[in-house]
Design a protein around this ligand. Structure first.
Ligand code: AR6
Length: 366
C-alpha cells in the first residue's frame, strides 16, 4: 500500500482532488468561511439541488455525506459538521467528536472508492476548537490511522489557510511519523525510489553526480555521517554535527546528547564520543572526528534510533534529494527500512526548509 499525505498552503476550493471536505454545519444551509467559499465555488443552485434530500433533517455532528462537486475542480464534496465549541455539550466531547468527524469523512471516501481527498481544518474557525494545534494533531493522527486500519490507498492533502496553520500541520505530521515509525513502510515516495533504484541497479546518482553514502558493513554495522567529499572539504565536521544535534533537540527529535573527548585515535587526531538520547529514550552513539562522524547501528537499536542516525546524516550533509544517497552494504533485511526512512526524512527536512524560507528564516546545519 502506498499512501501519500501532504500539507498544502492555500484555498480548499481550488484543490484538484476527487473530493474536498466542507467544514459545514448540521443544517447544511450554508454559512461563512469554507462553507461559504464552497457554495460559491460549486454554484449555489447546484448545491441546493444536491442537498435537497437532506434539507429536512440535516446531518448529525460528525456525520459525513457526499454529493457532486458542481463547478469545483473536485468531482465531489464531502459535507460534514465538526463539533461547535460555542455549544457547551459539544465542547465537552469535542476531541471525540472531531475524531469521529475525520473518521466518517474517510469512511465515506473509501465507500466511494476515492483516491484523493483534501481536508480543511474542521472546527477551527467559527466553531472555535482550541487550541488549533490539538485540532491539527487529531486531524493528522485520525486520518493516517484510519487509512492504515482500513488498509486503503489514498492521497490526502491537509489544506492550511495560513503559514501558521501550515507549520502546525508539518509539525503534527512529523510527530506522527516519530510516534508511528511503522507507518514509514507506507512511504509516499517509495514507488519512485524503487523504480529509481532498479533503473540504476541500486546505484543512485544525482544529476550533479554527487553521491552520498551510508556505509555499513555486516560485521560492525558502521554508518558514516558527513563522509562525502563536499563536507570534508568545506567544514569542520565536529561543529556541523553539533549544530545538527542542536537543531534536532530544538524540534524535539532528540532529547539530549553528551560528548566525551577522546584523543586516542590511531591517526593522532581527536575524537568526540557522543551519546544521544532520542525522542523514545533510546541511546545512540556517534563518534565525531575532524574528517567525519561514525555511528554504529547496534542490533539492539530500535527503528527510532535508526531514524535519529539517518536524520543526522541527512542534515549534516544538507540533503534535499533522496536519490543522491546511496545506501551501500546495508544488510539486505535492513535495506527496505533504510530506504523508507531516507525518503521520509529527506521529505521532512525539505518541507522544514521550505516553510522556514517562506517565513523568511532558513534552517541550515551551519
Ligand atoms: N480554504 C482553506 N481553509 C480555510 C478557508 C479556505 N477557503 N477558509 C477558511 N479556512 P470555518 P468551522 C480555514 O469557520 O470552524 C461556517 O459558517 C479557517 O482559517 O470555515 O468548522 C459553517 O456554515 C479555519 O482555520 O469552519 C459552519 O456554521 C478553518 O478553515 C461553521 O462555519 C475552519 O474555519 C463551521 O465552522
Amino acid at each position: 500500500m502506498t499512501r501519500k499525505v501532504k500539507v498544502v498552503q492555500g484555498d480548499i476550493v481550488e484543490q484538484k482532488v476527487d473530493a474536498i471536505v466542507n467544514a459545514a454545519n448540521k443544517h447544511l444551509g450554508g454559512g461563512t468561511g469554507i462553507d461559504g467559499a464552497i457554495w460559491a465555488g460549486a454554484g449555489v443552485e447546484n448545491v441546493r439541488n444536491y442537498l435537497a434530500p437532506y434539507k429536512k433533517n440535516g446531518i448529525k455532528v460528525s456525520e459525513a455525506i457526499i454529493t457532486n462537486g458542481g463547478n469545483l475542480q473536485a468531482n465531489k464534496i464531502i459535507w460534514t459538521a465538526g463539533p461547535d465549541c460555542r455549544n457547551k455539550n459539544e465542547r465537552k466531547s469535542a476531541v471525540h467528536l472531531l475524531t469521529k468527524t475525520y473518521e466518517n469523512c474517510i469512511d465515506v471516501a473509501i465507500a466511494n472508492k476515492l483516491t484523493s481527498i483534501a481536508f480543511p481544518s474542521i472546527s477551527t474557525g467559527v466553531f472555535g476548537f482550541s487550541p488549533k494545534e490539538e485540532a491539527v494533531r487529531i486531524a493528522v493522527e485520525t486520518v493516517c490511522c484510519r487509512l492504515q486500519a482500513k488498509n486503503y490507498d489514498m492521497e490526502v492533502s491537509f489544506v492550511a489557510y495560513t503559514v501558521e496553520m501550515k507549520a502546525m500541520y508539518d509539525n503534527a505530521l512529523k510527530n506522527f511519523y516519530l510516534k508511528h515509525p511503522e507507518s514509514l513502510n507506507n512511504s509516499p515516495t517509495i514507488k519512485k525510489f524503487n523504480s529509481l533504484s532498479s533503473k540504476h541497479s541500486n546505484k543512485l546518482r544525482s544529476k550533479s553526480n554527487q553521491e552520498y553514502e551510508i556505509l555499513t558493513n555486516r560485521s560492525n554495522r558502521h554508518v558514516g555521517i558527513g563522509l562525502n567529499e563536499s563536507t570534508n572539504n568545506d567544514v569542520n565536521i565536529e561543529k556541523k554535527v553539533k549544530c545538527v544535534l542542536e537543531e534536532l533537540k530544538s524540534i524535539g527529535q532528540i532529547k539530549s546528547y553528551s560528548t566525551v573527548k577522546n584523543s586516542q585515535l590511531p591517526s593522532g587526531g581527536t575524537c568526540y564520543n557522543t551519546t544521544i538520547k532520542d525522542s523514545s529514550d533510546n541511546d545512540v552513539t556517534i563518534d565525531i572526528t575532524k574528517n567525519g562522524a561514525a555511528a554504529y547501528l547496534r542490533s539492539s537499536y530500535s527503528k527510532s534510533s535508526y531514524i535519529t542516525l539517518i536524520n543526522i546524516f541527512i542534515r549534516t550533509n544538507d540533503i534535499t534529494d533522496p536519490s543522491v544517497i546511496e545506501p551501500t552494504n546495508i544488510p539486505q533485511e535492513q535495506m527496505e527500512m533504510t530506504r523508507d526512512i531516507i525518503i521520509e526524512m529527506v521529505d521532512q527536512y525539505r518541507n522544514e526548509k521550505e516553510s522556514a524560507s517562506l517565513q523568511g528564516g532558513h534552517i541550515s546545519p551551519l
